[in-house]
Design a binder for this molecule. Sequence first.
Ligand SMILES: N[C@@H](CCC(=O)N[C@@H](CS)C(=O)NCC(=O)O)C(=O)O
Length: 206
Amino acid sequence: MKLTYSPASPFARKVRICAIELGLIDKIELVPASVSPDKLNEEYSRNINPLRKLPALILDDGSTVVDSYVIVEYFDELAGGGKLIPSSGAKKWQVKTEHAITQGMLDAMLLCRYEKMLRPEALRWPTWIDSQWERAWQGLTRFESRGDILTRSPLDVAQIGLVCVLGYADFRFPDCGWRKAFPKLDTFHNKMMQRESVKISVPPPA
Ligand SMILES: N[C@@H](CCC(=O)N[C@@H](CS)C(=O)NCC(=O)O)C(=O)O
């Protein structure tokens, strides 16, 4: 299997962490790919993902699996099922919901990043950027104060999604002050960083 990725992508990081935790990483060839809203990567669009997003998993028969969560589901099934995504009951829906929130937080942070980096300054809309950032911040507020995501075990995909959100905040928004605002998230992040999978996938300095 091949996985398109970029070391800066928090979505690709999540998939890599999951692959390591599930013992599948040796079966995967990492293929660097370059995608960006301002560049039409036609080959990627035609052959891998019409949405021009990474990561994408290319299976040995040439078919592709796209969207980081769907790739994690694929890996989880390959590893026997019910490993990082509980297979049934209330826990399953809790983990899927929390993961979906981390996913939306990453989408919102990425939109902020693209808006600031790619959109010409004169065309920027601060209200829109603030609204995206507010969603990510509200997500952090929720995880700081509700539920057992910060302490439960065994490890699940929502916890991995959350550590990727925090790593992306460090990487792209280093002055946002999340550690000071959310001390329990800070403790959680430190604990997660003790895992080899999390430590080795930290994005390289920009
Ligand atoms: N829902 C997708 C989101 C993936 C995503 O947005 N990836 C970014 C890189 S971090 C991307 O490919 N951006 C290129 C673009 O939006 O043009 C997933 O979970 O895989």
